[in-house]
Design a protein around this ligand. Structure first.
Ligand code: PLP
Length: 393
C-alpha cells in the first residue's frame, strides 16, 4: 500500500517550484527577456575558478580511486579540512569526527532533526521559515511549532519562544542569514536565545538542541555572522556550498556537531546513524574533494550587493515596504493586499514572478530572489510600478 504521507508530499508541489515551473513555461511562450523571474534561489554568480580547476585536475587522476565510495561520513581528509577551517575561522576546537559530509544543507538538516528527536517531539521554528523544515520535522514523526519572529527586526522573539518551548520540545531551528527575510541574527539575540534555552533545559530537565541552518553564512553585506556553537553548547551547524560557491545542483555540505556539550559525542554518532537510516551516506565524492580545496574560499557577493541596492532603491522610490536584508539574497516585501497568493497571482499579469509568503508560515508578504541578472531587476521596475498602480496606489 502506498504511504499516504509520502504520496501527499510527492503530490503537493512547493509554491516556489510551482512558480519556477510556471516561469519556465512562460519564458518559452513569450521570451525569457519578457519574464521577471524572482522565484528561486539559484545563484547567478559563477562558481569560483578553483572549482573548475579542481574538477579538471581530479579528472586526470586514477578513475577507480576517484569515483570509489568514501566512508559514509565522507573522506577523512575532507572532514579534517572542514574541521581545520572551522577551528581557524572561529577560534574553536574542531576535529574531523565532529563533521559529517552531506548532499547539501537539505540532507544535513533532515539528518540533524532525525538525530535529536523522538517521534512525538516538537521542533520549534521561527516564522517566516524555509518551507522544507516542516517536511523534515514531520518525516521524523515530530510536530512543527511556529513562533513568529520579532517585529520589525525579524530577530528571534525571546518571549514568544519562551512560551512555545515545553516538555515535548527537543530542538529549535534557526536560519541566519535568513531565507526569506535576509535578517542576520545579532550576537545579542543569539545570547538571549542561548540564555533562554539553558533556562528551559534546567526547568524541563531535558536537553534542547539548537540546529543552526547556515547555507548563507558567507553571503552578507558587511555584517558579522556569529559562530553559534561559541554561544550555545548544544548546537548543530548545517552548512552548504550551494550558495557560498554557487554549486546548488552539485549537492555538497556538512553537519558540524559542537564538541562543548556533555553529550556531543553521542549526538555526532546519532547524526551518522540518521544519515545511515535516511540513506544520506557518502556525499558526492568529487564534490567532497572540491569542498576540501574551497573551505576558505570567499564568496563573491559584489553582484548580490549591487542587485540589492538597485532593487531596494527602485522599490523604495515606488513606495513599496520591505525589510532591508543584511544577508542572503532575498527581499521580503509587504504585499499590497492581505492575501499574498492573490498578490502574487496579480503580479503574474505583469510577468513578475514573486513567491507568496504563505508557505513560509506567514501571510501578507512576498519573497523576491535577487540572485538574478542585474538587467532583469532594472527592467522589472516598470512592471512593479504597474503592479502598484493596479491597486490604485
Ligand atoms: N536552508 C535554507 C534556508 C535554504 O534556503 C536552502 C536552499 O535554498 C536550504 C536549506 C537547502 O540548501 P541545499 O541546497 O544546500 O540543500
Amino acid at each position: 500500500m502506498i504511504n499516504e504521507a509520502m504520496y501527499g508530499l510527492g503530490d503537493e508541489p512547493s509554491a516556489i517550484r510551482e512558480l519556477f515551473a510556471y516561469g519556465l513555461a512562460r519564458k518559452a511562450a513569450i521570451g525569457a527577456e519578457n519574464v521577471f523571474d524572482f522565484s528561486i534561489g539559484n545563484p547567478s554568480v559563477p562558481a569560483p575558478a578553483v572549482v573548475r580547476d579542481t574538477l579538471v585536475e581530479l579528472l586526470d587522476t586514477d578513475p577507480v580511486a576517484l569515483h570509489a565510495y568514501s566512508p559514509a561520513a565522507g573522506l577523512p581528509e575532507v572532514r579534517q579540512a572542514v574541521a581545520a577551517s572551522i577551528a581557524e575561522r572561529y577560534g574553536v576546537q574542531a576535529t574531523a569526527d565532529q563533521v559529517y559530509l552531506t548532499a547539501g544543507a537539505a540532507a544535513a538538516l533532515a539528518a540533524s532533526i532525525a538525530a535529536v528527536t523522538e517521534p512525538g517531539d516538537e521542533v520549534v521554528v521561527i516564522a517566516p521559515y524555509f518551507p522544507e523544515y516542516r517536511t523534515w520535522i514531520e518525516a521524523a514523526g515530530c510536530t512543527i511549532v511556529e513562533v513568529p519572529a520579532a517585529q520589525p527586526s525579524f530577530q528571534p522573539d525571546i518571549d514568544a519562544l519562551a512560551a512555545a518551548i515545553g516538555p515535548r520540545t527537543s530542538a529549535v531551528i534557526i536560519n541566519t542569514p535568513n531565507n526569506p527575510v535576509g535578517a542576520v541574527y545579532t550576537r545579542e539575540s543569539l545570547g538571549a536565545l542561548a540564555d533562554l534555552l539553558r533556562a528551559k533545559e534546567a526547568e524541563l530537565g531535558r536537553p534542547l538542541y539548537l540546529i543552526s541552518d547556515e547555507p548563507y553564512r558567507e553571503i552578507t553585506y558587511g555584517i558579522e555572522v556569529p559562530w553559534v556553537p561559541s554561544i550555545y553548547d548544544r548546537t548543530i551547524v548545517c552548512y552548504s556550498y550551494s550558495k557560498a560557491l554557487s554549486l546548488p545542483g552539485e549537492r555538497i555540505g556538512w553537519v558540524y556537531v559542537s564538541d562543548s556539550a556533555d553529550d556531543a559525542q553521542a549526538v555526532a554518532v546519532a547524526v551518522a546513524g540518521a544519515g545511515r537510516a535516511l540513506g544520506y551516506v557518502c556525499a558526492p565524492v568529487m564534490l567532497q574533494r572540491v569542498a576540501a580545496r574551497c573551505v576558505n574560499e570567499p564568496s563573491d557577493v559584489a553582484a548580490y550587493a549591487e542587485n540589492r541596492a538597485i532593487l531596494t532603491e527602485g522599490l523604495s522610490a515606488l513606495g513599496y515596504e520591505y525589510v532591508k536584508p543584511d544577508g542572503a539574497f532575498y527581499l521580503w516585501v509587504r504585499a499590497l493586499e492581505e492575501d499574498a497568493q492573490a498578490f502574487s497571482d496579480r503580479a503574474k499579469q505583469f510577468e513578475l514572478l514573486i513567491v507568496p509568503s504563505d508557505s513560509f508560515g506567514v501571510g501578507g508578504w512576498v519573497r523576491l530572489s535577487y540572485c538574478i541578472a542585474r538587467d532583469t531587476i532594472e527592467r522589472a521596475m516598470p512592471a512593479f510600478k504597474a503592479l502598484k498602480e493596479s491597486y490604485g496606489e
